[in-house]
Write a protein that binds this ligand. Structure first.
Ligand code: SF4
Length: 337
């Protein structure tokens, strides 16, 4: 029997209007998230990777409805989150929590850590102060801190400790899903490994499901079961972690992986260098939006948008280099050129 995913996202879109002129009329849209679909099973980690501006962080916020989606379905634990009222959504958020990139910015500098950790419990109706304090002590220890840290303020901690506090805060309401948005990007490399190990231990202990957002494929490698690569608002490749790193199909994924240092000299020979910057999302290139930076582009790439098509079990790619259902369209188009 196939397991039902904890989170199933269908055709999710977030378009931000571009307003111009005295009357603020809409002249176009930035398609920050443009028709993406994916799923995450309970206890699994899905990595979402791409350069800054690819829509990965917007995706995380839209999933929690911190930003309202333009269209699409977000099915979490059997409920479509897009159909919930604000009040129902607020209650549901105890099951979906976020860990942010910059824990310092997300922790109130005027509040002691104990108070910061109690807040989510108060929001979600834990009225007994004694119970809240007990839970604060428990979770400080779970993330490798101590009871006495509850009286200290955010500025008295190192970056790594602050991220441990951010993780503890996310855990306070016993969530099922944690969306971690670049949780280790602001930390020193040596501290990154400690925080990643902690997240993996917590996942096992509490059967957590993670969406782990990062700009670097190296960071998500060991924590992710599957990885989705985003480019200009779309998923261009998704696969099991092992498959994606062993046999990346999309030229963009190959380029991202070339930037990750590996000890294997043979791999280095296959380097794909991605040139140029990510295009203006308000005016994306036609056809495959990666075509201006792609070393393998063909004429058809500029005219036909590649669809995400499964190439082998669980490994899908959106690129005309691979056999896909749009091949016939391309061939026809090339024939008419
Ligand atoms: Fe490159 Fe064409 Fe594939 Fe886009 S569709 S990634 S331009 S080969």
């Amino acid at each position: 029997m196939t397991k039902t995913p904890l989170l199933k996202v269908n055709n999710l879109k977030k378009y931000f209007p571009i307003k111009k002129g005295l009357f603020g009329s809409t002249t176009g849209y930035v398609k920050a998230v443009d028709d993406i679909s994916f799923y995450v099973h309970e206890g699994e980690t899905l990595g979402i990777v791409g350069e800054s501006g690819c829509g990965k962080s917007t995706t995380g916020r839209v999933l929690m409805r911190l930003i309202e989606p333009t269209d699409g379905i977000i099915e979490f634990d059997g409920k479509d989150l897009t159909s919930l009222s604000q009040e129902e959504m607020r209650k549901t958020r105890r099951h979906i929590q976020m860990v942010f990139q910059d824990p310092y910015a997300s922790l109130n500098p005027r509040h002691a850590i104990g108070k910061i950790l109690e807040e989510p419990l108060i929001v979600h109706g834990v009225t007994e102060a004694k119970e809240r304090k007990k839970k604060v002590r428990e979770f400080l220890e779970i993330v490798g801190l101590s009871e006495y840290h509850a009286k200290r303020y955010p500025h008295q901690f190192s970056g790594g400790q602050r991220q441990r506090i951010g993780i503890a805060r996310a855990l306070m309401t016993n969530p099922k899903l944690i969306i971690a948005d670049e949780p280790v990007s602001a930390l020193d490399v040596s501290i990154q490994a400690q925080v990643l190990n902690l997240m993996q231990d917590l996942q096992k202990e509490f059967n957590l499901t993670y969406i782990f957002i990062a700009h670097d494929l190296g960071v998500v490698r060991h924590i992710s079961d599957r990885v989705a690569v985003m480019y200009l608002g779309k998923i261009v490749e998704v696969a099991d972690s092992e498959q994606l790193y062993e046999k990346p199909l999309h030229p963009y994924t190959q380029g991202l992986l070339s930037a990750v240092p590996v000890p294997d000299p043979d791999f280095q020979k296959k380097q794909i260098i991605i040139e140029g910057d990510i295009p203006n999302p308000a005016d994306p290139p036609t056809g495959c939006t990666f075509h201006k930076r792609c070393p393998f582009r063909m004429d058809s790439c500029m005219k036909v948008t590649p669809q995400l098509v499964e190439q082998s079990t669980g490994h899908s790619v959106a690129c005309h280099l691979y056999v896909s259902e749009v091949d016939n369209d391309i061939k026809q188009l090339e024939g008419s050129l």
